[in-house]
Design a protein around this ligand. Structure first.
Ligand SMILES: [Zn+2]
Length: 493
């Protein structure tokens, strides 16, 4: 008997160490080791729809920066499937977003396994990246010192505020505006100097932004209760000044979506404000333009919008930067529907493919321009998006009528009128494809002084039809060259 009992004990012990214990998620503050343990646990329960990966750089103190991805094909961009991200805990002492993203990962897995149709649909139609902590060093310092200091732990371990450390693309964009250059996307190539060294945590996220064709994202902070949207930097340099982006209407809608789905009063007009700064964002429906609150240079939100196709907002999730552990469960209830509903916003507007009309090959880096013509309006939205490597693109838009134009070097532009409907959760963006006709003569790689290379022998002169054709071709070529120069580096991403 004795030996039999020993055999059972040994077998049981082997079983326990071979099969990872399935832990129920606990609402508490997870340290940096527990953070990855939660992500690995989710991955072990849902291996077919998740991937855990680390960014290219570690934190200053050498902590890996972890992301968990949810997708029906983890590790791959899928044609016409929008990419979404949440990044939390960029300020190390603002910790609620970190715990909410860990719980969101657990919730996605649990509900996927339980065949929840809404969650299955969301994961099948969207590639979702969750990064619970961009600043694990700051989290550690803040936690080790009691978590109650307004600033301690905010910065990374080089005492740098990561939300001021991105290249200041607002300055470049405002400069373009003053020079009447109507170009305010993919501006990273125009950066000629940096005001301070790029920190490893910032560099890691910049690489992520450049590598993954994100459509929509949010940056999760704490210390107030409001959904903040671009621009964060004021146009005039004033400390506070409403600073519209070309997509102001869409950004207001995105921010409002989060605020109105938040069950903890973000959009409650009768609530009181968080602090002594005089702002009560409840009165304005729980949303604010970033620069209207206070101007920020070098922030991550505007960097996303001005360097890539991504639309990002900043969520301040509560008055307390480091809420007590026993409030986390309620905070999850407050934010759950908003966190999920906001991801569905990656599906508003239109999406489609841009292809060569003769060969059917996808065209990457084609420019997609939108003009709002709702109710007789004639408003160019002066912020273009580009198609990604497989020719797919997404253009977030609010309901209305639009003229959408696609163009690419060496092709005739194509314009289509579209009516964008109000989409509820569970719907995908309307599909609008473009088939671009190659220009004649056939395009070849352009050199710097390669504009006036049309057929010089035809000697066109004003008034004859040859001249009109010549002029049209020249204009196309000039426009193509301009666009080409702007986008050629984007092509190398
Ligand atoms: Zn913050």
């Amino acid at each position: 008997m004795k030996s039999f009992n020993a055999y059972i004990l040994i077998s049981l012990f082997s079983f326990l160490i071979c099969v990872p214990a399935l832990r129920a998620f606990e609402f508490r503050h997870h340290d940096n080791d527990e953070l990855i343990a939660v992500l690995e646990d989710v991955h072990s329960r849902c291996p077919n729809i998740t991937q855990v990966y680390t960014l290219s750089e570690k934190s200053v103190l050498g902590v890996p920066l972890y992301v968990i991805e949810f997708s029906s094909h983890p590790g791959h961009h899928q044609l016409l499937v929008p990419e979404f991200k949440y990044i939390a805990n960029m300020h190390g002492n603002e910790v609620l977003g970190r715990e909410l993203l860990l719980k969101l990962a657990d919730y996605f897995c649990e509900h996927y396994l339980a065949d929840d149709p809404a969650i299955k649909k969301l994961i099948e139609q969207t590639r979702i990246h969750l990064m619970p902590s961009m600043n694990p060093d700051g989290w550690q310092l803040s936690t080790d010192t009691g978590g109650q200091d307004y600033l301690l732990g905010r910065y990374n371990n080089h005492s740098v505020d990561l939300n001021r450390n991105f290249p200041d693309l607002d300055r470049i964009m405002f400069g373009n505006e003053q020079a009447h250059i109507e170009h305010n996307n993919h501006l990273l190539q125009q950066v000629d100097h940096l005001t301070e060294p790029i920190q490893p945590e910032t560099k890691a996220v910049m690489r992520l932004i450049m590598q993954v064709p994100f459509v929509l994202s949010a940056n999760l902070h704490g210390g107030d209760l409001v959904a903040n949207y671009p621009y964060d930097a004021s146009r005039s340099g004033a400390l506070t000044e409403y600073t519209k982006s070309p997509d102001d209407q869409t950004f207001r809608h995105l921010a409002q979506t989060y605020a109105s789905l938040h069950h903890g009063g973000m959009a409650d007009k009768s609530r009181s404000g968080c602090g002594s700064d005089g702002f009560n964002f409840g009165k304005q429906g729980g949303i604010t333009n970033g620069a209207a609150w206070y101007s920020v240079q070098g922030g991550m939100q505007d960097f996303n919008y001005l360097s890539s196709n991504d639309f990002e907002i900043t969520l301040e999730l509560g008055c307390e930067k480091y809420p007590a552990a026993d409030t986390l469960s309620q905070e999850w209830e407050n934010n759950r529907d908003a966190l999920i509903g906001f991801i569905w916003q990656a599906h508003i507007g239109i999406k489609g493919l841009v292809k060569d009309a003769l060969t059917g090959k996808p065209i990457a880096n084609a420019v997609i321009h939108a003009k709002n013509i709702t109710n007789g309006r004639d408003d160019d939205i002066k912020h273009d998006v580009t198609s990604v490597h497989a020719g797919d693109y997404w253009r977030l838009l609010t309901p209305g009528e639009y003229e959408i134009t696609a163009f690419s070097p060496g092709y005739s532009a194509q314009t289509r009128r579209v009516k964008v409907d109000d989409l509820g959760e569970g719907k995908e963006a309307m599909r609008v494809d473009f088939w671009l006709q190659p220009l004649l003569p056939p395009p070849r790689p352009m050199e710097d002084d390669d504009v006036f290379d049309l057929d010089q022998d035809s000697n066109p002169s004003p008034g004859n039809s040859e001249y009109e054709t010549y002029n049209d071709l020249l204009k196309d070529r000039l426009r193509s060259k301009w666009i080409y120069n702007i986008y050629k580096r984007a092509a190398a991403k």
